[in-house]
Write a protein that binds this ligand. Sequence first.
Ligand SMILES: [Fe+2]
Length: 119
Amino acid sequence: MRGNLTSGITNLITSPQVKKAEWSNAVEALTDALELEAEVTKSIRGVIETCETGKEAKYNDYHLVDYLTGVYLEEQYKGQRELAGKLSTLKKMMTTHGEIGEFLFDKECKELTQHLSCI
Ligand SMILES: [Fe+2]
C-alpha cells in the first residue's frame, strides 16, 4: 500500500532546473539563483493556496499549510533575503572596484564558508 502511494508522488513533484551551467560573472549567477528561489517560493505559495481554498474537500489540508508556512516558506524567505543581500553587496563591490570587486567578494564568501564549516 505504501509503495502505491509514494510511487505516484514523483510524477507530481517537479523541481525547477537551472537554465544554464555557466555564467559570465557572479552577478549573473546570483541573479539566476535569486530568480530560482523566487520560483520555488511561488510554487510553495501555490500549494498553500490550493490547500486553503480548494473547492473540493480533498484539497483542504490545514496541517500541510501550517507545515509549509512554518518550515519551508520561512526558509525560502530567509534564503531569498540572503541572496538579495549578497547580490547587492557584489554589485556595489563591482561598481567600486570593477572585476577585482568580484574577486574580493568571492574570497570573502570562501572565507565565510570555511569559517562556518569549522563551527
Ligand atoms: Fe530555498
